[in-house]
Design a protein around this ligand. Sequence first.
Ligand code: FES
Ligand SMILES: [Fe+2]
Length: 427
Amino acid sequence: MLTPAENDLLCRVEGDAPMGQMMRRYWLPALLTEEVPEPDCDPVRVRLLGENLVAFRDSEGHVGLMAEQCPHRKASLFFGRNEEGGLRCLYHGWKFGVDGQCLDMSSEPPESGLCAKVRHKAYPVEEAGGVIWTYMGPAAEQPGFERPVFAPSEGTRVSILKIVSQCNWAQGLEGGIDSAHSSSLHSTDMPAARVAGSTATGTAWARPTTDKSPHLQVHETDYGFRYAAIRRPIQNSATHDYIRVTTFLAPFHIMIPPNNVYNVYQMSVPVDDHANIIYLIAWSDTTAGVDLEAWRKFTGTQFGVDLDRTYRKLENLSNNFGQDRQAMKLGSFTGIKGFPNQDIAMQESMGPIADRTSEKLGASDQAIVQFRRTMLQAVRDFQAGKKPPGLGVRASDYPGYGSWERVVPKTTDWRTFEPFGVKLAAK
Ligand code: FES
Ligand SMILES: [Fe+2]
């Protein structure tokens, strides 16, 4: 439970809000590479931390990310022409390069020299792992760019789904670290599997447990925290535990335990106070994994079928997420198709900013409580002049993977047991 002031401090990111100001110190996912796939392609709108931006790829292949409103008289550059090395405003023809420099100003006499003096607000960008990243903070504080943990090398197989969700980023984030909900909300998609070994078999998401009330243990780290959700396995429950370790990396990254085939990573990126973008990433450093089309089909995030071209869901709160009560009678737990859709249905149903002042939290909400504690402490420290946590974390810090799931003997200490050779520092 939070006070109204704490809830605002955690959730609000627009303008001068401290959380938004702190997030500006990180490299942030702005859009997917697939949205600006080739030189001179269509520009796209981007909204991040309450700021309206436009992204485009120039004739040379460089990506620009600049304020959407033209500096001349504020027409939207989204409607602009992307050609010959820049984005040209339709209204009076001012043209800008990816760095925001005005390149042409046909409406003014050349001798005015105004063109050379106009530099539009543009943010630096980097491309890695199928994502275009940007830094929106003060230039003097700009950290070096590090490859994302989910794409340690160019060769990593990465499949990303993107969904715009009409609720605050913290709701999306809390959904990702809430281990207990899977046993109910996703029980139709992630059934228990009757296996004795270390991993479940059957579907990729099958689990070797029917235990719906995990016991949680938290381990604070300097980049955020990890937690173990400990459940009774179907077999050998007297001597073994089924453990799922989830890692939270500030400000909004979650390493979800892998399934049998690929690793999973989530980012809940604030669009503004009332919307966030969920990126759910399946990745593998081997030839295993899942291809993009299969990933989006499995998760119900295909263009034209589930999403429009701006990654907004066709089934949403306005049509009750297509919930099928008849399907529920026939065995579906939710009547809602696709597990991201199930998640977002619950998250959006809490309202644009969930009221955390009157919740009734239980033992299984320990990770949620830790997330709030970690981020509230981080933002207070930031206001006091300290460096935000998790800045500069490198993919090479995770030589295997920061999260895991396994049936292990009860004598195992999950905090030091790293089945993939990962070594993560404690606080
Ligand atoms: S408003 Fe863009 S050139 Fe005039
Ligand atoms: Fe979920």
